[in-house]
Design a binder for this molecule. Structure first.
Ligand code: SF4
Length: 331
């Protein structure tokens, strides 16, 4: 995840929740199903902004949210890409294993150019998924929990892994890399408050994980609903309503059914519906908010968590790079 500061509900439902579930998943014998690694993609931030002064504070804010949402640094190393030099080394090698035209066809890049009104992109931005491939392959990632928009990047990672294995074989291991599988999140695209398809900081349509219940209510009050439901008793269409999409994620299945029925019949008005919705969101975020304030009061502990995570990650990354160099007969 790129360090863009405090996280919002889109990050939570699109990634974080899925990460924590994988971290805590157990096999039948009680052992952990996965070794999980969580990366702060600080170099990736440079693809859309060269401004670096806020990156450190944004990192601390973001890690605070991760910890509050259940990332356990004892189980999952948490680390910055920029502090583990093997990322840039493998990135360089990976960049030789894919063509520029393949990267130009990347649909995620095309969406980004459109959303951010970009006139031209840098060489590094074109290589965004190549750096991501290095991030994944360094830890021999076999499962990558991602939102829908990142699927093309996992595909590029798979292509690079395949190309490497075809070109270079390790004398003992044979293939150095496994092709990773994406693990998609059900609510990978939470709509923004303005009804836009994605909740995004740059679009200013977010609910933050750190928002207090009153702030959540104020924000949900302004959310776009069915524009044809003007008066309380007008029949509505939940399927086109942003607030209803939040209910689908944050309210119980019975409640969702009741809201859909009462919206359609006109028994439920948008003001009341939004109140119920904001309470459901605030209810789910309450334990996160509480833990967040504990971690926010201990910034030095968050920094230590990063340093420890980086030490662990660096060892794994160097082990992989040794295999890569041996397979390539470099050095
Ligand atoms: S009643 Fe609820 S679901 Fe129906 S349009 Fe209003 S906010 Fe949306």
């Amino acid at each position: 995840m790129r360090p863009t500061g405090k996280l919002h509900l889109g990050h939570y439902t699109g990634a974080l929740e899925n990460w924590v579930a994988r971290q805590n998943e157990l096999n039948a014998d009680g052992s952990r199903a996965f070794d999980t690694y969580f990366l702060i993609a600080d170099y990736h931030s440079l693809t859309t902004s060269l401004e670096t002064t806020d990156i450190f504070d944004f990192t601390i804010d973001m890690v605070t949210d991760w910890l509050a949402a259940g990332v356990d640094p004892e189980k999952s190393p948490v680390f910055r890409q920029s502090q583990i030099k093997q990322h840039t080394e493998l990135f360089l090698i990976c960049s030789m294993l894919i063509t520029a035209s393949r990267l130009e066809r990347n649909p995620t890049l095309k969406d980004q150019i459109r959303d951010l009104n970009m006139e031209a992109i840098s060489y590094g931005h074109l290589g965004y998924p190549v750096l991501q491939a290095a991030d994944i392959l360094l830890y021999k990632g076999n499962i990558v929990p991602v939102g829908e928009d990142q699927l093309p990047h996992v595909e590029i990672t798979r292509e690079i892994a395949r190309r490497f294995n075809k070109q270079y074989q390790h004398p003992k291991l044979g293939d150095v890399f496994e092709e990773p599988e994406p693990k998609i999140t059900k609510f990978s695209r939470l709509a923004g408050l303005d009804g836009k398809t994605k909740m995004s900081k740059s679009l200013g349509n977010t609910i933050l994980l750190s928002d207090q219940p009153e702030e959540i209510l104020q924000k949900v009050r302004k959310a776009v609903t069915d524009t044809k439901k003007i008066r309380k008793n007008d029949p509505g269409r939940p399927e086109v309503c942003t607030v209803f999409s939040y209910h689908c994620r944050f309210s119980s299945p019975d409640k969702v059914e009741e809201i859909a029925r009462d919206c359609r019949s006109g028994a439920l008005g948008c003001v009341d519906c939004k109140k119920i919705c904001s309470e459901a969101i605030a209810g789910e975020l309450a334990p996160i908010l509480e833990k967040r304030s504990d971690f926010a009061a201990q910034p030095n502990m968050v920094k230590d968590i990063l340093l420890n995570g980086e030490e662990k990650a660096r060892m794994v990354a160097e082990e992989t790079m040794k295999e890569v160099r041996e397979a390539m007969q470099i050095g």
